[in-house]
Design a protein around this ligand. Sequence first.
Ligand SMILES: [Fe+2]
Length: 397
Amino acid sequence: MPYYFRLGQVPHKRHTQFRKPDGGLYSEEVIGAEGFSGISSIAYHLHPPTVVERIEDPIPYGVEYTDLDFLRHRHIKGFEIESGGDWLAARRYVMGNEDVRLALAEPTDEMDYFYRNAVADEVVFVHEGEGVLESPFGVLEFTAGDYVHVPRTITHRWKFKEGVKRRLLVIESFSEVRFPKRYMNQFGQLLEHSPFCERDVRPPSELMTIDAEGEFEVRIAKHDYLHRLFFRYHPFDYVGWDGYMYPYAFSIHDFEPITGRIHQPPPVHQTFAGRNFVICSFVPRLYDYHPQAIPAPYNHSNIDSDEVLYYAEGNFMSRRGIERGSFTLHPGGIAHGPHPGTVEASIGKKGTEELAVMVDTFRPLRLTKLAVEHEDPDYMFSWRPEAFASPLPSNGH
Ligand SMILES: [Fe+2]
């Protein structure tokens, strides 16, 4: 929901005659959230978006969680989870709840269908990879470090550049994903104190406007199934659209960190908000500059949050034994904090190159069986002073 945007041709007045060169009418569609009260866009198709030729049996696409005892700190080695196949086949769910689900994906094959998630916004953090997201709203280029936000109901297709490794963190939100309200004024504009602004948001750049007839499969996620509908007309047939609902990209490298004399709390890293969860970006930044400052975070009991960190790049100052692609899950109910030695080691350090994505949920998360299979069983005990046999290296990480 970044801001009003328009691409291509739209009539001067909505819901009025808008004709093709041959005199026929374009087919208007309002794509809107929460009835007619949420954000929306109005699109103009070459052909009606309603013509379905046939339907095939749906593909089961639910997520099962384990029923193990969850009150433990967890470390899941994400890069050890094998993946492959096309965009949806490659998705490996690791945890979730009623509000949000997290998956990793390492797609190896092209999509030979189009995809639409009818129930969840998808925010995809491109850890590695490069390519274009195609949708009727236009072509959206992405590269490593981008968050690509695809609002629910938008038909799309991911196309990756050949020869470039692909690793994605997929965040599915069963509610609209938006920017934090406190970053915006009453008019919806991002304020001066926001760590990013509208210029950092990249909408689709160019329409595709494909006029083609045939059978175009759209796989629609709903009710734990992928429903297979075959439409007569190519779904990327907009000649124009305008409004607030569209896919866009935002690079984590355009997030300007907020720093201070003493340790700043995690909300300064917040980037997105959904129902009962937030997404935060930890980016390279200077450390606190009070002469007595302790850059490492304090121990904390975040009573109403389960905190998930996905480690992308760099050394994570307060953690030891963490790898690229690791998840940590620190659930509400038990305190967590810096690993032994990291508090002292952080003192006097000037900055960090860490890059990580955090998802804090306000309702408890459940893990999948796959996540548990790739868990470091010793992580819960890694705060014992004797847990790490070797002394800290001199750089403190
Ligand atoms: Fe925390």
